[in-house]
Design a protein around this ligand. Structure first.
Ligand code: MN
Length: 235
């Protein structure tokens, strides 16, 4: 007997797949903190010495925070310091728990460019007070993401330019080769925290140059060989 609901279940959030009419259904959105040394320093943190020295720090956004590339989103409530963070996003087609590093890439369906939008003033206040980050990271429309390019098409990018411009002016530029924790290390570490599953997205951290957005701004991000993401901030 199929379940009856007291109201219709919410629609499944999803992301476009490049050159495919089908969409990638989103189960969960995970993010890693401070995964480029230059960004860790600009946030006033000493970067991890190496990926084996300490476990990475993860946080999450709700699945329905995804925003289609090209959309205009409202300037979020409760902040005066909305920040952009361009990131390589990993889209999982398989999951598991305690996934070994050597098997982690087998879980990847594809990759996309995404923006981890952040209410920086709320994050800083939460950090200073020892409080959770959730409302600084997991707000509505906080996860714009471009079309996913399948591994079958592009392989597993380990190097390449990652950059973001605001109104055509370059703000962030880095290289995927500067990730402190690599994609397989991220998947393995995250799978020790929670069981992963198809539909999970992982934002892999941002290079330096994060900064504020204001109403009317146009954001263009790109990851070499992976794709682009664009979003406008409504007035
Ligand atoms: Mn981030």
């Amino acid at each position: 007997m199929s379940a009856e609901f007291i109201f219709p279940p919410p629609p499944c959030p999803s992301v476009a797949v490049a050159q495919d009419a089908r969409r990638f259904p989103v189960r969960r959105i995970f993010c890693i903190a401070l995964n480029y040394a230059a960004h860790a320093r600009e946030m006033g943190k000493e970067p991890a010495k190496d990926a084996g020295a300490e476990p990475p720090v993860f946080f999450a956004k709700p699945a329905d925070a995804v925003v289609e590339s090209g959309a205009t989103i409202p300037y979020p409530t409760l902040t005066k310091d909305l920040h952009h963070e361009i990131e390589l996003v990993v889209a999982l087609g398989r999951g598991g728990a305690d996934i070994p590093v050597a098997e982690a890439l087998d879980c990847v369906f594809g990759y996309a460019a995404g923006v981890d939008l952040t209410r920086r003033d709320l994050q800083t206040a939460a950090r200073n007070a020892g409080r959770p980050w959730d409302m600084s990271k997991g707000f509505d429309h906080s996860a714009p993401i471009g079309a996913i390019r399948p591994v079958a098409e592009i392989g597993h990018p380990t190097h390449g330019r990652i950059a973001l411009a605001v109104n055509g002016v370059l703000r962030q530029a880095g290289d995927l080769g500067d990730l402190i924790w690599s994609v397989p290390e991220i998947i393995a570490a995250l799978s020790r925290n929670v069981a992963l599953a198809p539909g999970d997205l992982i934002f892999t951290g941002t290079p330096s140059g994060v900064g504020p957005l204001i109403p009317g701004d146009r954001v263009d991000g790109e990851v070499e060989r992976v794709g682009s993401v664009a979003v406008s901030i409504g007035k």
